[in-house]
Design a binder for this molecule. Structure first.
Ligand SMILES: CC(C)(COP(=O)(O)OP(=O)(O)OC[C@H]1O[C@@H](n2cnc3c(N)ncnc32)[C@H](O)[C@@H]1OP(=O)(O)O)[C@@H](O)C(=O)NCCC(=O)NCCS
Length: 150
């Protein structure tokens, strides 16, 4: 079955919440996704689907010419298939389309799969936010990918 990336729709939120809740200790609420899709003109969300099943999703804010990755997650059963990479590549392409100078994100310092993914796409660690995650006080790395880097 072929993979397909398309813009997220309100109808996707319930399936997305299952992935969100199993991926993050304190993830986004249904209402937050709803607000993002309906009230934020500078946000862009995509889902990866296969045969009508949502396998993952990712989002980007365009904040005054800078891209901010807001969320990315892949259904645990489908990790390691290149889906996270394809979603990130879609966000990077969007950043180019929007003319952003670069894309930034925060990631838990111990989230090795995500850090490896971002590094392989040209992101570099540029700093750390201490106690960034309120649920357990974990630190976050700040990563940036400047347009023009690999
Ligand atoms: C991070 C995440 C989105 C990656 O999605 P994925 O579809 O499994 O990733 P891919 O299959 O596209 O892998 C792409 C690259 O990521 C890295 N990677 C993925 N899983 C990895 C693992 N278990 N260990 C180390 N590196 C890993 C590798 O560099 C990989 O490239 P390779 O296949 O050429 O080696 C997924 O693990 C996830 O949803 N995690 C939970 C939510 C989360 O932590 N989101 C990030 C918040 S900042």
């Amino acid at each position: 079955m072929s993979l397909n990336i398309r813009p997220m729709e309100i109808e996707d939120i319930s399936e997305i919440m299952e992935i969100e809740n199993s991926s993050f200790k304190k993830g986004w609420t249904e209402n937050l996704f709803y607000q993002e899709l309906t009230s934020n003109d500078d946000s862009y969300y995509f889902v990866m689907e296969e045969s009508g099943e949502t396998l993952g999703y990712a989002g980007l804010w365009n904040m005054v010419g800078e891209g901010h990755v807001t969320v990315i997650a892949v259904n645990e059963k489908h990790r390691g298939r290149g889906i996270g990479r394809k979603l990130m590549e879609r966000l990077i392409f969007l950043g180019v389309e929007l003319g952003t100078t670069g894309i930034t994100l925060e990631v838990r310092v111990d989230n090795i799969p995500a850090i490896e993914l971002y590094t392989s796409l040209g992101f570099s660690i540029v700093g750390k936010r201490p106690n960034y995650y309120s649920e357990d006080g974990s630190d976050a790395y700040i990563m940036w990918r400047y347009e023009g880097s690999e």
